[in-house]
Design a protein around this ligand. Structure first.
Ligand SMILES: [Fe+2]
Ligand SMILES: [Fe+2]
Length: 258
């Protein structure tokens, strides 16, 4: 089976890119399950019911989140009612959860969403290692043979460490949040497909999706201009994990910038 994971969608521009690109890619690659990180899919950050619905309509099966997921209260009812809209499980329990099981008809797939601690101190996340242990046990109890993890974290070290910690216990593990795709796609020795960061879905000529002039001014001169999404051509950064149904291990991994 093939799982397509798509990096942080930036605002309505990013949602449009997903709508334009995903249906074709899904067909072309014979994708069975699509996971999209939507924590930034609303204009001005966070996620709204509208941005979540547009990603689901475009073909996302599960939307994962991150440090911005709980920013907008308007998303709370949908986080509570739609089991396929996740937010990191180890964040304070405002609304929703970071665990779901998708029934593909021929098998159950568990999706786990966790947040890092390093550089994200303001979020109040508990240990992602402990949360992963708890949720993997739950997935086993639920009969899910395939387990996918989206780890939304800043530090490459924390991502590598958790990836290695979960090697052999989950089918695929990818990072999100940094909006820059890493070049380290690999199948770890225990059979876990691994990528430190998927990257983003947003305007290429930008700093992580934001107008470059704003970020340059902030970093160089202490500017205080509000973040504004850049425009121009967009990219969709993603990764396809081909997973053996019988063993639940990744047999092929292909990262892409579409
Ligand atoms: Fe993000
Ligand atoms: Fe983030």
């Amino acid at each position: 089976m093939k799982v397509l994971a798509i990096g942080d969608v930036c605002g309505s521009i990013g949602c449009r890119k997903v709508m334009e690109t995903l249906p074709r890619l899904k067909k072309e690659k014979s994708i069975d399950l699509v996971i999209v990180n939507g924590e930034n899919s609303a204009d001005g950050n966070g996620i709204t019911p509208e941005s979540a619905e547009s990603l689901l309509a475009a073909g996302a099966d599960v939307i994962t989140g991150g440090n911005h997921s709980l920013r907008r209260k308007s998303a709370y009812p949908l986080l509570e009612s739609n089991p396929f809209l996740l937010r990191p499980h180890n964040l304070p329990a405002e609304a929703g959860q970071g665990y779901t099981v998708v029934d593909l008809g021929y098998m159950l797939v568990a999706v786990i969403n966790l947040c890092g601690v390093y550089g994200m101190e303001k979020c109040g996340a508990s240990s992602p290692f402990a949360a992963a242990d708890e949720l993997i046990a739950r997935a086993g109890g639920d009969g899910a043979r395939v387990i996918i993890v989206d780890f939304h974290a800043e530090a490459t070290s924390e991502k590598k460490a958790l990836g290695f910690y979960l090697d052999g216990r989950v089918s695929a593990f990818f990072g999100t949040h940094t909006h820059v795709q890493t070049a380290d796609a690999a199948i770890l020795s225990g059979g876990t497909g691994y990528l430190t960061d998927l990257g983003m879905t947003g305007p290429t000529d930008s700093v992580l999706g934001v107008k470059k002039e704003i970020i340059i001014s902030r970093l160089k001169d202490g500017g205080t201009d509000k973040f504004m999404l850049a425009d121009g051509p967009c990219e969709m950064d993603a990764c396809v994990f081909t997973i053996d149904r019988a063993t639940g291990k990744t047999v092929m991994i292909e990262r892409m910038i579409v």
